[in-house]
Design a protein around this ligand. Structure first.
Ligand SMILES: N[C@@H](CCC(=O)N[C@@H](CS)C(=O)NCC(=O)O)C(=O)O
Length: 333
C-alpha cells in the first residue's frame, strides 16, 4: 500500500502545484498543514536544506521543491502524463517552467516589498508579462495542445498573481485572468454564451471591480480618504439595492462572471466590516443588498468554491486592519 503525505501551507502556490499533480494522477494522499512560525520536526527533518514546504513523503522518502515533486509524481504514478512524451516538447516544458519559476522573486517583490526593491520587481514582472503576452498569442497551453508541466508552474502568474494584485490594490487584471481561465479550461462556461448577456456580465464585473479601492479605503484608511470612500460605497450599495431587487444572480439567472467579481462585496466586504467595526451595509438602509448577500453566501457555487477557512480569513483581515497602512490603496494602472 502506497503511503503519500504532503506537507504544505493552504495559501501557497507551491503546495497547490503538487496537489494539482496528485489530483491529475488520482493519487490518494494525506495532506498535513504546516505552521510557518512553528515548523514541525517532520518538515525540518524532511527538508533540512531549505526548511520549506512543499515536501512530498512517499513511502517514508521525502522529495522537495515543487516542480521536482511534480516530475517525480509524473514518473512514479500511473495516470495522464504531465510532461510531454516527445523529448523536444519535454525540453520546452522544462524551459517554460524554469522561466516562470525564476520570476517568483520579481512577483513577490512587486507586491510585498517596498521602495527600490519593489520598483525593480515591477520592471522584471512587466518584462515577464511582455514575454508571456507574445509567447501565448496563438496558443492556449505552453507546450503543444495539452495542459501540462509548464502550465502547472504557471499557477504563480495564472492565479496567484491575481490574488496578490487584489490584495495589494493592483486589481485591474483579475477579470482578465478569469476570462483566460474561461477560455482555456473545459467545463461549464463562466461568461454567458449570449453576446448581450456577456456584455452585461462584463459591465457588472467592471462596475464591481472599479470599487476595490473604495472598499479598501472605506475600511482601512482614516480621515478624508475614508469619508470619501464611505460615500462611494453607499452610492454603490444604493445601485446594487436597486439592481438586485428581483434577482439573485447578476445575469441570466445563472452563476457566472459577474457573480465571481461580486465576491468583493458579497464576501470580503463583510470581513472588512466585521474586522474594522465600520458597518455600511445595514438591513435598514440596504435591505435588498443584505438579502442578496445572504443568498450569495449560501448558494452552492459560492459555498463550494470560496475559501472554507472563513474564521482564519477573518482573523487575517483583523490583523490587516490593525496594521492600518497609512498610504492610499488606489489601484495603480
Ligand atoms: N522553490 C520552492 C519554493 C517553496 C517556498 O517558497 N515555500 C514557502 C511557502 S510559499 C515556505 O515554505 N516558506 C517558509 C519559510 O520561508 O520559512 C518550491 O518550488 O517548492
Amino acid at each position: 500500500m502506497e503511503q503519500v503525505k504532503l506537507l504544505g501551507f493552504w495559501y501557497s502556490p507551491f503546495s497547490h502545484r503538487v496537489e494539482w499533480a496528485l489530483k491529475i494522477k488520482g493519487v490518494k494522499y494525506e495532506y498535513i498543514e504546516e505552521d510557518r512560525n512553528n515548523k514541525s520536526s517532520l518538515l525540518l527533518q524532511s527538508n533540512p536544506i531549505h526548511k520549506k514546504i512543499p515536501v512530498l513523503i512517499h513511502n517514508g522518502k521525502p522529495i522537495c521543491e515543487s516542480m521536482v515533486i511534480v516530475e517525480y509524481i509524473d514518473e512514479t504514478f500511473e495516470g495522464p502524463s504531465i510532461l510531454p512524451k516527445d523529448p523536444y516538447d519535454r525540453a520546452l516544458a522544462r524551459f517554460w517552467a524554469k522561466f516562470l519559476d525564476d520570476k517568483v522573486g520579481a512577483v513577490v517583490s512587486t507586491f510585498i516589498r517596498k521602495g527600490e526593491e519593489q520598483e525593480k520587481g515591477k520592471e522584471e514582472a512587466c518584462e515577464m508579462l511582455k514575454v508571456l503576452d507574445n509567447e501565448l498569442k496563438d496558443k492556449k497551453f505552453f507546450v503543444g495542445d495539452k495542459f501540462g508541466f509548464a502550465d502547472i508552474a504557471a499557477n504563480l502568474v495564472g492565479y496567484w498573481l491575481g490574488i496578490f494584485q487584489e490584495a495589494s490594490g493592483f486589481s485591474h487584471n483579475i477579470m482578465v485572468i478569469l476570462e483566460y481561465i474561461d477560455e482555456i479550461f473545459e467545463g461549464p462556461s463562466i461568461l454567458p454564451k449570449d453576446p448581450h448577456d456577456r456584455a452585461l456580465a462584463r459591465f457588472w464585473a467592471k462596475f464591481l471591480d472599479d470599487k476595490v479601492a473604495a472598499v479598501v479605503n472605506a475600511f482601512l484608511r482614516k480621515g478624508e480618504e475614508h469619508e470619501k470612500a464611505k460615500e462611494e460605497i453607499c452610492e454603490m450599495l444604493k445601485i446594487l439595492d436597486n439592481e438586485l431587487k428581483d434577482k439573485k444572480l447578476f445575469v441570466a439567472n445563472k452563476f457566472g462572471y459577474a457573480d465571481m467579481a461580486a465576491n468583493l462585496v458579497g464576501l470580503w466586504m463583510g470581513f472588512f466590516e466585521e474586522a474594522s467595526g465600520v458597518v455600511l451595509a445595514t438591513n435598514e438602509k440596504f435591505p435588498i443588498f443584505c438579502a442578496w448577500r445572504d443568498a450569495y453566501n449560501n448558494c452552492s457555487q459560492v459555498k463550494e468554491y470560496l475559501p472554507s477557512r472563513i474564521g482564519e480569513l477573518l482573523a487575517f483581515y483583523q490583523d490587516l486592519v490593525r496594521a492600518q497602512a497609512p498610504t492610499s490603496a488606489t489601484p495603480q494602472k
